[in-house]
Design a binder for this molecule. Structure first.
Ligand SMILES: [Zn+2]
Ligand SMILES: [Zn+2]
Length: 92
């Protein structure tokens, strides 16, 4: 992993879970989630998600799948990404 990439991941991790934040709970400990689009995984944009929203069997993006996750929480992965990018730009 390149140094600037590592730095970016660290900043995203510091923001906490993007969905918890959307729900009004800032700064929940989070893991890095890669948003899958066409192309290489290493170039995939990332957001922070807590274990509950990342891997929980009926509460998370991987547990439910993206479509159900987006319906359940009323927000899309892309919106969470846009908000993450906005916060990153605001903090630097
Ligand atoms: Zn969360
Ligand atoms: Zn993930």
């Amino acid at each position: 992993m390149k140094k600037d990439e590592k730095e970016k991941y660290r900043k995203i991790a510091e923001l906490g879970c993007s969905l918890c934040r959307h729900q009004g709970n800032e700064g929940t400990l989070c893991e890095i989630h890669h948003i899958r689009r066409a192309g290489k995984r290493s170039a995939a944009p990332v957001i922070g998600l807590c274990p509950y929203h990342h891997r929980g069997s009926n509460t998370s993006i991987h547990g439910m799948g993206r479509k159900r996750f987006e319906r359940e929480y009323g927000i899309t992965e892309e919106t969470l990404l846009a908000e993450t990018i906005r916060l990153l730009n605001a903090s630097s």
